[in-house]
Design a protein around this ligand. Structure first.
Ligand SMILES: [Fe+2]
Length: 429
């Protein structure tokens, strides 16, 4: 199946009343489905950088048998300012700039916390929305507490994670703030009320590229450098010429060391290859700190497709794919790793690599209940398949020697959803 062109369409946030047209809706499913998306109507250069849409659908039908899908562009200060003066906002290769600062797109992942709901972004504070009306409530925490990576009066650029975690026992949200020039990183704690967040600078460590994900156990926070390189030349109009780093540091920080009266915290540093994107720790750490690592080898989602690009086979890229991220150039690799903070050593517990399963970059699914996090049994992954029409030659050039075109399937392959055993990563279905 080709990359669906509709996901790059400009229909925006559309309400729909959906109905089951085939099969049967399960009786025992309840709650709501909530998803974030990127509004393409502002024509971002990279499809990732459109304004945040949040959509919600109940998992029980209404009395008429319909499922009301409701979607809103989140009415953040960034969106309101752009609404007033669209002419002063400029789409660039790493986001949208303006005289007021940098747009907080809040379009990456919904984060529920009890009966509250947040939308996240890697280059802005989490945004709280009303879970019923989907209206904007607030950006989390005073900007000064976060220490913006680029300080603008109204729209500061806060370099952070799109996947902060809610601590089920300490009743707080853990996030990070990163200096984009030095890679120095701080831990952020938000207690859920008030306008302030706490920040601790992590001593003697740096995450050079990005911090897309963080994860936690009962006693530890796990931070890692994630594979998303910002190239200064590209920001100033040049081409993207370098691949992501092939490895990077992983930092373990003991939660008990994050003391209220202090402004710094120590960490244990590990070195990990290949590079990673999403990762998930088992909350129970009585046997050690164990993390499912979804590696991002042969994947450069910072690379976006241009109208003048050619694909793997030298064919012009379909203009309808303009702005889509470059798709994966390697089979997916997933591992279960155990980190020992005493020795600084990493032990591999399990590994999944099947050439039939081509790359994963989208968010996987885990059971986020306290029981599910403490003793996880399944890890669900979407493998997107091989899509040569969405792999550009510029990426192939940058990854020469790092990806093996001999592994490329003879033609496009479909996406596959796999439920893995969480212990040994065997495919269960
Ligand atoms: Fe993500």
């Amino acid at each position: 199946m080709p990359v669906p062109r509709s996901i790059l369409g400009t229909q925006g946030a559309t309400d729909m009343d959906l109905e089951v047209v085939a099969g049967a809706w399960p009786d025992d499913v309840r709650g709501h489905y909530v998803v974030s998306a990127s509004d393409q109507r502002t024509r971002p250069r990279h499809a990732f950088f459109g304004d945040g849409i949040i959509a919600r659908m109940p998992l029980r039908p209404d009395p008429g048998g319909r499922f009301p899908w409701r979607a809103r562009v989140i009415d953040t200060p960034s969106v309101r300012l752009r609404g007033k003066r669209p002419d002063l906002f400029t789409a660039g290769p790493v986001g949208t700039d303006s005289p007021w600062g940098f747009v907080n797109a809040a379009n990456t992942a919904p984060l529920p916390w009890g009966d509250r709901l947040f939308a996240t972004w890697d280059a802005g504070r989490p945004v709280e929305v009303d879970p019923v009306t989907l209206e904007f409530v607030a950006e989390v925490g005073h900007r000064d507490d976060w220490r913006p990576a680029m300080d603008h009066a109204v729209l500061p650029l806060v370099s952070t994670t799109a996947h902060p975690v809610v601590d089920p026992e300490r009743g707080c949200l853990w996030s990070v703030s990163r200096d984009v020039l030095t890679g120095a990183v701080s831990v952020i704690r938000y207690d859920g009320t008030g306008t302030r967040v706490h920040r601790w600078e992590v001593e003697d460590a740096a995450l050079p590229q990005a911090t897309h994900t963080i994860t936690q156990t009962r006693d530890w926070l796990v931070l890692a450098d994630t594979a998303y390189r910002i190239e200064v030349e590209e920001i100033f109009g040049g081409d993207r010429t370098a691949p992501n780093n092939p490895d990077g540091p992983v930092l373990l920080i003991r939660k008990d060391d994050l003391l209220p009266g202090r402004s710094t915290v120590a960490c244990t540093v590990f070195r990990l290859a290949p590079e990673v994107n999403h990762f998930y720790a088992r909350y129970d750490d009585s046997d050690g700190v164990e993390v499912v690592m979804e590696h991002g080898e042969g994947v450069d989602i910072g690379m976006y497709l241009r109208e003048d690009d050619v694909d793997v086979y030298g064919r012009p890229i379909d203009p309808a794919l303009r702005g889509m991220y470059c798709h994966g150039m390697a089979p997916a690799l997933t591992t279960v790793l155990r980190f020992d903070p005493e020795t600084g050593r990493i032990t591999e517990r399990a590994r999944a690599r099947d050439p039939e399963r081509w790359w994963q970059a989208e968010l996987s699914a885990i059971d986020w209940s306290i029981e599910g996090q403490t003793a996880p049994t399944r890890h669900h992954l979407v493998y997107l398949g091989f899509h040569p029409e969405a792999v550009n030659w510029r990426a192939m050039r940058n990854y020469a020697g790092r990806v093996d075109p001999a592994l490329f399937p003879p033609e496009e392959t479909p996406a596959v959803l796999v439920s893995h055993d969480r212990e040994d990563l065997k495919a269960l279905s």
